[in-house]
Design a protein around this ligand. Structure first.
Ligand SMILES: Cc1cc2nc3c(=O)[nH]c(=O)nc-3n(C[C@H](O)[C@H](O)[C@H](O)COP(=O)(O)OP(=O)(O)OC[C@H]3O[C@@H](n4cnc5c(N)ncnc54)[C@H](O)[C@@H]3O)c2cc1C
Length: 475
């Protein structure tokens, strides 16, 4: 049995691999954007086949023994393949790609191993807030570090820290934020803020260089004072007391972070103004839920590919299992669901790129970055709160509120639907395998554990359904 060579089989099943055939929606992009998407998708596919598929089980076992373990060689390779900087502005050395590209990449990588893939995914979650921030100076500085780090083999990773020990779902939805029990607070002092409190379940939190941290200036008025800060993890007072022993996605550490009077200078405040953190969270969730739906889709697709391998090498009554018409129909049914999930997550991601990313990152303000001199000017402009408020005013004027509702509804629909369908696909295939489904070598039980997490993070599915109702129905 050579369970890690499963991609041999999937190459014979074009419906699993053929981006053109599966996603005619993508053809509506302009030629240059389409080319960049194809490039990054092919890169991700090659990277997954070379660096993820062959190592998935070994990495999971290594992390199981030591949850603090992170494979630096893997991150160096991801950086050199351009997967850590693809969302950075083109003028700063990235590819300027948004949620659609991130989703295509995540599907490819997660088919191999969602844990390893999420080392890259969680980094982009930390980056999104920064890419959409009005603090252009901070954004440019960190993007330059990310791009340079990836090129030189010294990767600079990010993380996003919102969840707290007593506030998970509450800090992901405006309606519940007003009564959330917030523990992480920021205190104003000359030149910046002091942050204190704890964050939990933070993916990449144990090794990220920069962590985007949400904190309230007044814990009794969290909704009005929730603000985003970029924390340098080398700053005094920042510590990581614990990394979770997780059920799934073990290769991606989820850490508890402790902030003890950590100083954040004014220049590193991500929010345009105090209290707009909840609006920022919603934009980030609009961007990230499509890719989470793609993560679930990728895990399900990987499970189908692994099952095909199992059904080819396993014999029942002297014939390979795959020769059975019932098994063939079950495989086709699983592929139907994977195809449906792909269209659903692409819809969510394309919606964000049109109404969110497209508007914000293609705005004239961001376009200034394309010219070296005005790029610097934009950075200088955004240094003061007044400058940032001006930029925010300009950006807000370009955002269509209906587009925001549509984006958040489509993203929540995709996230909840794909994460549930993925689990159905994997459970159905495991039923067909019998007790062999629990043998780690086949990868199906790992796929089940990995997929389960996609129902929890980026807002539990219950929360996503409430968001879908509010933004999509709203009666
Ligand atoms: C592997 C993993 C990685 C993560 N990575 C990150 C990260 O990088 N950064 C980060 O900030 N967070 C991260 N999280 C945290 C994640 O976003 C939270 O776990 C999630 O938001 C749920 O919060 P909670 O765990 O406190 O559950 P709770 O909010 O306590 O929810 C418990 C249950 O109650 C339900 N519930 C709660 N409120 C309502 C309501 N109003 N109506 C109906 N049902 C409700 C929920 O749906 C759930 O079923 C991660 C979590 C996991 C598991």
């Amino acid at each position: 049995m050579e369970p890690q060579r499963l991609f041999d089989i999937s190459d014979q099943v074009p419906v699993l691999r053929d981006l053109d055939g599966m996603a005619p929606l993508l053809r509506s992009m302009d030629r240059s954007t389409w080319r960049r998407h194809q490039h990054v998708w092919r890169t991700a596919r090659t990277f997954a086949l070379e660096a993820i598929w062959p190592n998935a089980l070994a990495y999971e076992q290594a992390m199981d023994r030591d949850p603090w373990y992170v494979d630096t060689d893997f991150l160096v390779a991801a950086g050199q393949a351009g997967l850590l900087s693809m969302s950075c502005f083109r003028s700063l050395g990235g590819l300027g790609l948004g949620a659609t590209a991130a989703s295509l990449v995540m599907e490819e990588l997660c088919a191999g191993c969602a844990g390893l893939a999420n080392l890259i995914g969680a980094h982009h979650l930390g980056l999104i807030g920064l890419l959409l921030s009005t603090n252009l100076g901070l954004s440019a500085r960190i993007q330059r570090e990310v791009v340079a780090g990836a090129r030189t083999g010294r990767p600079v990773l990010l993380a996003a820290a919102v969840t707290e020990p007593l506030a998970g779902s509450d800090v992901e939805d405006t309606r519940f934020m007003a009564t959330a029990r917030i523990g992480c607070v920021a205190r104003r002092e000359p030149g910046g803020y002091r942050l204190s409190g704890s964050k939990v379940f933070i993916s990449n939190g144990s090794f990220a260089r920069y962590v985007m941290v949400a904190a309230a200036l007044d814990r009794k008025r969290p909704l009005e004072t929730w603000t985003m800060f970029m924390v340098d993890s080398t700053a005094s007072g920042f510590s990581v007391p614990r990394v979770e022993h997780k059920m799934g996605m073990k290769a991606n550490p989820a850490a508890e972070l402790h902030l003890d009077e950590v100083f954040v200078p004014d220049s590193d405040v991500v929010s345009a103004e105090v209290g707009d953190g909840m609006a920022g969270t919603e934009v980030v969730l609009g961007a990230s839920r499509g890719p989470v739906a793609a993560i679930a889709t990728g895990i399900a697709r990987g499970a189908v590919e692994r099952f095909l391998h199992f059904a080819t090498v396993t014999e029942r009554d002297g014939r390979p299992l795959i020769a059975d018409a019932g098994i063939q129909e079950a495989v086709a049914s699983a592929l139907q669901t994977v195809g449906l999930c792909r269209s659903t997550y692409l819809n969510g991601a394309l919606c964000f790129d049109r109404h969110g990313h497209g508007v914000l990152t293609n705005s004239p303000m961001i376009e200034l970055f394309r010219l070296p001199f005005s790029g610097r000017l934009a950075e200088v402009l955004s240094r003061t709160p007044a400058g940032r408020a001006r930029i925010k005013e300009r950006l807000d004027a370009q955002v269509d509120p209906d587009g925001v509702d549509r984006t958040l509804a489509a993203a929540s629909l995709a996230k909840a639907a794909c994460s549930e369908l993925a689990l159905d696909v994997i459970s159905g295939l495991m039923d067909l395998m019998g007790p062999a489904a629990l043998e780690p070598e086949w990868g199906l039980e790992k796929a089940w554990r990995d997929a389960k997490l996609t129902q929890i993070y980026e807002g539990t599915n219950q929360l996503n359904r409430l968001c879908l109702y509010e933004r999509g129905v709203g009666l």
